[in-house]
Design a protein. Structure first.
Length: 301
């Protein structure tokens, strides 16, 4: 009897292989967990990869101090349920210590300020492999990534120095001080993530589903009203039914008008959508044509 893997089965099998390969090759891995949908799926895959044993690595969140409370609550609940160890790298602490200069002005964001505390935490804990939930369909700079993405001793990324990964052979070798960013969801799409959430019955923060929220329009995007986002002249707050396709720093994460209140309704909405996740949701990606790649070269996720 022959057995043919479904598309989701094949993606899951590849991700499980990557997770196990990293634990076999590297000494001190860590999994980035923000509480968002991609990191929630990655964490679920990690629990599957090593069950019935506990997770063989800690979790880490780079907290900007401007995160959505609903997402932080979800993060803490998952960490407690799994009995995992959480490392929090704080942007606020880096600002207070003078290691990061905070942007000012009505369009200021702490999103780009995450790089310094991320790299400091990696160095302090001597992590040599950092699991991230990035997908190649998110943004054009992401498509240049390998599954095993080498970062130099300064945490920087250079596309020309990435290694070939023929026949799913991954090279975890690195010099002292270097580390690897690992992307188990590289070949997943946003739609794949949601289909997997539906199949596995995964819980997600309530922000991903339609709810009433105070919002305002800025640069063609719906932004959530927040004390961290001062209004510009001409901007007014109204109430609308919205949901978030991605969650991050409140100052640069937009929402979309939606009535999708369940996983099935979100799936139906995504099938009909012609706008990419980051195109609809990330104001900071509009900073320049190469905004993401510039940040990645500096050590960003």
């Amino acid at each position: 009897m022959s057995y043919e893997l479904s598309h989701l089965d094949a993606l899951e099998a590849e991700s499980l292989f990557i997770l196990r390969e990293v634990v076999a090759e590297l000494e001190r891995p860590v999994l980035l967990f923000s509480g968002g949908k991609d990191s929630a799926v990655m964490l679920h895959l990690a629990t599957k990869a090593f069950a019935p044993a506990p997770l063989p690595f800690p979790l880490m969140h780079v907290d900007t101090g401007h995160n959505f409370p609903e997402v932080l609550a979800f993060r803490d609940a998952r960490v407690e349920a799994l009995g995992a160890r959480l490392v929090v790298a704080s942007v606020q602490e880096a600002i207070d210590a003078g290691r990061v200069v905070e942007e000012t002005g009505p369009r200021a964001s702490r999103n780009r300020a995450q790089t310094v505390p991320l790299l400091e935490a990696i160095e302090h804990h001597r992590f040599d492999a950092v699991f991230g939930g990035a997908r190649r369909d998110e943004e054009k700079a992401r498509a240049k990534e390998r599954v095993f993405s080498l970062r130099d001793e300064f945490g920087q990324w250079e596309p020309k120095h990435q290694r070939p990964e023929l026949w799913s052979l991954y090279n975890g070798r690195h010099r002292p001080g270097e580390h690897l960013r690992i992307f188990p969801l590289s070949n997943w799409t946003e739609l794949d993530v949601w289909r997997y959430v539906a199949r596995e019955g995964l819980a997600l923060p309530s922000l991903y589903f339609s709810h009433r929220r105070e919002v305002f329009r800025r640069d063609g995007l719906w932004m959530a009203a927040s004390p961290h986002l001062p209004l510009l002249p001409g901007e007014t707050v109204s109430t609308a039914s919205v949901r978030f396709r991605t969650v991050g720093d409140m100052t640069c994460t937009a929402c979309v008008e939606s009535t999708a209140a369940s996983v099935e309704e979100v799936l139906a909405e995504l099938v009909a959508s012609r706008v990419t996740e980051r195109g609809a949701s990330r104001a900071d990606d509009r900073f320049s044509e190469t905004a993401m790649e510039d940040r990645k070269r500096e050590g960003y996720f």
